[in-house]
Write a protein that binds this ligand. Structure first.
Ligand code: HEC
Ligand code: HEC
Length: 322
């Protein structure tokens, strides 16, 4: 018995030692990212305009980093809150609020260098090199066109400073350790030229894929790509599920013409459709219609062309349960 206790004592100490070594290793060796690059982003009016376009539509920066009014359908942006942050995206991972990305020097990112912002967006670490949660979707931004990232930064720099102190994230164990291993160096891709419609559509469809495709262990399930049913907490209670947007004719959007598709998005930019009241317990969508509606007809058309090249998947989705 004594011997057994002694052996299990040794094993226990060994396990503790391994855990401690593993922990120190993760804390000191990760995240594995280089220092912030020494870049100075010129901000021509064209770049700012390009950045404004992306940050408010396909790149969805402004939809996470501003206040949205979910007493109205699809939660349009509350004017005057652009970039102030505060909304919690943590769910099971802990408390992970979107940060203040306005140019305020104390509570925003006004005193970050261009390189530090560039590294945050494309590698997933903050000013001090500490990991950001992947709710900030740097895993996708690291595959963008480098010039588009720079344009977004040029635009972010123009956001009026808003004083809003957002608390630091609090990750739960063990995700706090896992998140340390995720930041990596970016792998930029060039934006496809305008005549390559489906490639261009795929480039813009990053956020669509994420919300509309069921995942397993952080990877898309191939046979269910774009088939919807991904569940989100409803902004007014209940559960909201993303639609099947595969070209399946019965359960997807296979019967939509390109024109109908574009018009559906564009309809949410009309003042009256930004002002549809939704009561508690009623269906409200988290699909950022009012943001994507700002995209151009050409680019929305390209996204449609891309979606239509994908495999139809039969999956009937109930969009809402109270
Ligand atoms: C799905 C929501 C979401 C989207 C989309 C998003 N962010 Fe974030 N962002 C977050 C969250 C949440 C954090 C905080 C992460 C953390 O603290 O771990 C964050 C952090 C940041 C930070 C770090 C700020 C700091 O003080 O640490 C920057 C910079 C940033 N985001 C810029 C952007 C830009 C630019 C875009 C668009 C290209 C964008 N974000 C898109 C949710 C989002
Ligand atoms: C934040 C998650 C989210 C993102 C990002 C998102 N969607 Fe959605 N989408 C939803 C949800 C949830 C619904 C179901 C509710 C509704 O119809 O508004 C939906 C509905 C739709 C519908 C309506 C389909 C139908 O049968 O009525 C279309 C079309 C669509 N999305 C296309 C897209 C495209 C294209 C993109 C990318 C440009 C995209 N979505 C990005 C969550 C998202």
């Amino acid at each position: 018995m004594k011997k057994f206790l002694k052996i299990s004592g040794i094993i226990f100490s060994a396990i503790l030692l391994f855990m401690f070594l593993g922990y120190s290793y993760l804390m000191t060796k990760y995240p594995k990212v280089p220092p912030a690059p020494d870049i100075k982003i010129s901000s021509s009016p064209e770049m700012i305009e390009r950045g404004r376009y992306l940050a408010n539509s396909f790149a969805v920066c402004m939809d996470c980093h501003s206040k949205r009014d979910f007493s109205k359908f699809a939660g349009p942006l509350v004017p005057g809150t652009e970039g102030m942050g505060g909304e919690d995206f943590g769910e099971e991972a802990g408390y992970v609020p979107a940060k203040n990305i306005t140019s305020d020097k104390e509570t925003g990112i006004g005193n970050w260098t261009d390189g530090e912002i560039f590294r945050a967006i494309t590698m997933g670490v903050d000013k001090n090199g500490e990991p950001l949660g992947p709710m900030m979707p740097y895993m996708y931004y690291r595959n963008m066109d480098e010039n588009d990232v720079k344009s977004i930064i040029a635009y972010i720099r123009t956001l009026a400073p808003i004083k809003n102190k957002v608390e630091d994230h609090k990750f739960n164990f063990p995700v706090n350790l896992i998140f340390r291993t995720l930041p990596t160096e970016p792998q930029f891709k060039n934006i496809p030229s305008a005549d390559k419609k489906t490639e261009l559509g795929e480039y813009y469809a990053g956020a669509c894929k994420v919300c509309h495709s069921p995942m397993e262990k952080g990877e898309f399930i191939k046979e269910k790509f774009l088939s919807g049913g991904v569940e989100f907490p409803g902004p007014k209670g209940g559960k909201v599920r993303s639609a099947n947007i595969t070209p399946d004719k019965e359960t997807g959007i296979g019967n939509w013409t390109k024109d109908q598709f574009i018009k559906k998005f564009k309809s949410y930019t009309l003042p009256e459709s930004q002002n549809i009241p939704v009561k508690d317990g009623e269906f409200n969508s988290i699909m950022p219609w009012t943001f994507f509606g700002q995209a151009s007809e050409e680019d929305l058309g390209a996204v449609y062309d891309y979606i239509m090249t994908q495999k139809p998947v039969s999956n009937k989705v109930e969009k809402y349960t109270p």
